[in-house]
Design a protein around this ligand. Structure first.
Ligand code: TRP
Ligand code: ZN
Length: 867
């Protein structure tokens, strides 16, 4: 494998030219596309050679100031066009290239999907469309003319405002778009095809009338109301909370079946994976509806945090992504339940980001170097990045944080900024009230540069006479690849004392920034030691190590006034139970006490806070458990999960049945109403079905043909782990009903691929050959291969057959779609945590993958796995 020279943050230099204006002409033909460009270039220093990026382009002509360049005046190799001699004064470079979107399976640049031409330019896709510096700090005003056959491409879209349409001959037409806001090439977008439009309007707070246009394939019009309503809610929220308004006369969203990620925030022309647009209660689950709402919001919020203020270079990726995730998390919390959202987000962080931070692909929120930037669209950049913004918010409070945001926006609007710029602007804006910042900014900045999850060791002692708890804390972060030494970080730690009746005294926000710290909390003198409610709301992304008794956890579980901390106490007990079971034992005292506490919560909570109750009772994820076991035995953990679920179903049968009879009334309520009741239904079905409840199996089977997708999928999830007749009937029924809806059928592919079966591997091979399986759709690949890697018994077979199979599949995908393949290759990053036998066979699979001719993207991941 050829090692690619890494790109380093330390090597950043501005580009040698400015490019204030770009004109593009895109000529769509039936078997190729011709892209002509006119770049207005201003040299920043005399005589600099002009270097432009271009990948898979056939260059037809180049001219400077209308004078064609001779072949001797330029070279084009390895993705780089070099023109050595350029005028010292501003000049115009005209280029004409031919591209082939019809055979582009990478889904980067311009590509065809189901007859539709669409683009994906982030991060470095524009170089597959036209010659360009293709770096985010080069901002231009763009004018784009698209010419195409009227029949196959009645709809022609690009960024900004349409400023003209033309008829070209009898069967062709052209539309010209003008975007007044300077933007980098990664935000360019173009769509040409036959789409149906759903239109709505939104009036901004200052009175701008915005046309909202959603574009979908014919037949999908009926499934757009949720996305449209979500967009309007997002626009209103950003105005009322951040005082940020939309800035153009139209906002377009296009749904595309073949898409590498979730969605893309191109200026005024968002392109979405169709699974994140098309939905209603019958075709999408409550969780999917909430996800769609949050991704619509995410892309909309990028208009300010990403587009109006963009990134200087790709090392700053979290500048826009961390901030925008923080914004979309706050949006969902405001619209729904703050506590449930926090629990979901922390659970996801622990099961994905903590794992990444502890493995061979660990990297800082601001990496110092990379080979393929696509590999850095990670949970660390996104979710840990959002946690850093959240900590700033916690440290400063809402008012000061928002003043900081206003400073950031006014200072950097229209520019390409850095994370340092952001942190400084937040600090300056916050301190405009004349008060000190309240924490060490230099030490806070370390969070951006240091990989790994900090561990915080906590010890307490209780002074009965004074009624004081002394809390001693010590922070440390383990070495990560390339970072042996770690610095102490600024940790905002929210804590309180909790007695049997609830919180005692106020919550304290303790800011720690050294290796160790001691603090005291005031409680009631001459009373039994209260429980310590620590890291309330998960005020910092770290792992707490503290000896807490069963009694203390139970007290927090039932009496803490912070719903997050209640949940967290339950999670600690559940992890204890599951790990003991996985080691072949059983912690009977903990099990009995936890079940009793759960029973009490179920009885008390079913009448009112059903969504809270469902969140409170949720079980820890596999990844979290694996992090606590050494060496990891995935099969033992999986069995522990199964046996504990069955135990819960047996022991809690009476209250769970009682719950089912009550929450039934929530079933028909339209989202977001009724979601708590439906979540409890799913949980009760899962546990009762695992305990062998035949009535529940029948009820679940019926729900698969009912009118709620949430209940149908909950039913499938409850039946899926069981090798019973109803499972296969339910899967077959779901397939029959939805076989013509690819977005929905992907859920079936995932369930089939992950269902425990004796012939699991064979089943997965059949799925890859299935007539409804689309090997060019990343959604389908993720469903089947992602489902397969979640199929613990099959993927982790001790003979290594599952790992080998996965290596072959990743190599096959890599030949067509490197972005999707390299993300999949990361399943092998857990290798080092397994026992010697499993490690050996997984290592063999990694070597097998390495033996294929791999893309730069996948080669980089494999190299990290094989240090
Ligand atoms: N900027 C997009 C977002 O988070 C991410 C994205 C969409 C992306 N498509 C991509 C990143 C393709 C890399 C490659 O909203
Ligand atoms: Zn984003």
């Amino acid at each position: 494998m050829a090692a690619v020279a890494p790109i380093r943050l330390a090597d950043y230099t501005p580009w040698a030219f400015q490019l204030p204006v770009i004109e593009l002409n895109v000529d769509v033909q039936s078997n190729h596309v011709v892209v002509s460009s006119r770049l207005e270039l201003t040299p920043q220093s005399a005589g600099a050679p002009l270097l432009l990026r271009g990948v898979d382009l056939t260059i037809e002509s180049l001219a400077i100031d209308d004078v064609p360049l001779e072949p001797s005046e330029w070279s084009y190799r390895e993705g780089l066009l070099t023109i050595n001699k350029t005028p010292a004064q501003p000049f115009v470079l005209a280029t004409r290239c031919r591209i082939d979107p019809y055979n582009n399976s990478s889904l980067e640049g311009l590509y065809a999907s189901c007859g539709l031409l669409s683009t994906q330019c982030e991060a470095e896709g524009f170089r597959r469309i036209s010659l360009h510096p293709d770096r985010p700090d080069v901002l231009s005003q763009w004018r784009v003319r698209i010419e195409a056959p009227r029949g196959s491409c009645p709809v022609l879209l690009s960024n900004g405002n349409p400023i003209g349409t033309e008829a070209v001959g009898t069967d062709r037409h052209a539309v010209t778009w003008d975007d007044p806001f300077p933007k980098p090439s990664y935000l360019f977008a173009l769509v040409a095809g036959d789409l149906r439009e759903i239109r709505d309007r939104y009036t901004t707070s200052s009175g701008r009338d915005v046309a909202l246009r959603l574009h979908v394939e014919a037949g999908d019009e009926a499934f757009t109301a949720h996305a449209m309503a979500s967009l309007k809610r997002s626009m209103a929220w950003d105005e009322s909370v951040y005082n940020l308004e939309y800035d153009l006369d139209e906002y377009n969203i296009v749904a595309v079946r073949h898409f590498n990620m979730g969605a893309m925030e191109n200026k005024s022309l968002n392109i979405f994976n169709s699974k994140l647009v098309l939905a209603d209660a019958e075709t999408a689950t409550d969780a999917e509806l909430e996800r769609i709402e949050s991704v619509i919001a995410h892309e909309y919020f990028h208009n300010w945090s990403g587009n109006r203020i963009t990134c200087r270079d790709w090392f700053q990726l979290s500048l826009k992504e961390g901030l925008t995730v923080f914004r979309d998390q706050s949006f969902t919390a405001d619209l729904h339940s703050e506590s449930v959202k926090r629990i979901e987000d922390v659970s996801m962080l622990r099961n994905t980001q903590f794992r990444e931070d502890a493995g061979p692909t660990a990297h800082p929120v601001k990496p110092a170097e990379y080979q393929a930037i696509d590999n850095f669209y990670t949970t660390t950049i996104y979710e840990k990045g959002a946690e850093l913004i959240r900590m700033l918010h916690t440290l400063l409070g809402e008012t000061r944080f928002m003043r900081g945001m206003a400073t950031y926006v006014s200072r950097f609007d229209g520019t390409a900024a850095t994370t340092e710029d952001f942190v400084q602007a937040i600090a300056d804006g916050a301190c405009a009230d004349g008060q000190p910042l309240g924490f060490d900014l230099a030490k806070f900045r370390q969070w951006y540069h240091q990989a790994g999850t900090p561990h915080l060791e906590v010890k307490r002692s209780w002074d009965d006479a004074l009624g004081q708890m002394t809390v001693q804390m010590k922070q440390s972060t383990s070495a990560t690849p390339g970072q042996p030494e770690k610095q102490p970080l600024v940790l905002p730690l929210a804590m309180a004392l909790v007695g049997p009746e609830g919180r005692v005294g106020d919550e304290a926000l303790v800011v720690m920034d050294g290796d160790t710290m001691t603090t005291t909390l005031q409680g009631q003198p001459n009373s039994p030691a209260p429980a310590l409610s620590f890291l309330r709301r998960f005020s910092a992304p770290l792992i707490v190590q503290m000896d807490q008794s069963l009694q203390e956890n139970l007290q927090l579980f039932s009496a803490d006034d912070d719903p997050f901390s209640r949940w967290d106490a339950g999670q600690r007990l559940a992890r204890q139970v599951l790990l003991a079971r996985a080691q072949g034992g059983c912690d009977q005292a903990v099990e009995a006490a936890l079940i009793e506490a759960m029973q009490q919560r179920i009885t008390a909570g079913q009448a009112t806070d059903r969504a809270d109750l469902a969140a409170l009772l949720s079980l820890p994820g596999m990844a979290e458990l694996e992090a606590l076991q050494s060496p990891v035995d995935p099969l033992a953990l999986y069995d522990a999960m199964r046996s504990w679920t069955a135990e819960l179903g047996r022991q809690l049968q009476v209250p769970l049945r009682q719950v089912l009879s009550v929450v039934r009334h929530d079933w028909p309520l339209a989202w977001p109403a009724g979601q708590g009741g439906r979540a409890l239904t799913g949980l009760a079905w899962r546990w009762l079905a695992a305990a062998g409840d035949e009535e529940v199996r029948r009820e679940a089977l019926q729900a698969v043909s009912g009118s709620s997708m949430t209940l149908a999928r909950s039913a499938l999830r409850a039946l899926q782990p069981l090798e019973v007749e109803e499972r296969d009937q339910a899967l077959a029924c779901f397939y029959d009903r939805w076989q013509n809806k690819p977005v929905i059928l992907d859920a079936w592919f995932a369930l089939e691929a992950s269902a425990p079966r004796l012939n699991g591997l064979e089943r997965v091979q059949q799925l890859l050959e299935h007539p409804r399986f689309d090997p060019l759709a990343p959604n389908s690949l993720r469903a089947v291969l992602g489902g397969f890697t979640a199929n613990v018994t099959t993927f982790h077979a001790v003979d290594g057959s599952g790992y080998r199979f996965m290596a072959e599949q990743v190599a096959a995908v890599d030949a067509r779609n490197p972005i999707t393949a390299s993300r999949m290759a990361k399943v092998f990053s857990r290798c080092g945590s397994y026992g010697p036998e499993r490690q050996r066979v997984m290592r063999e699979a990694i070597n097998l993958l390495a033996s294929y001719p791999l893309s730069a993207n996948t080669a980089e991941v494999v190299q990290l796995l094989n240090p």
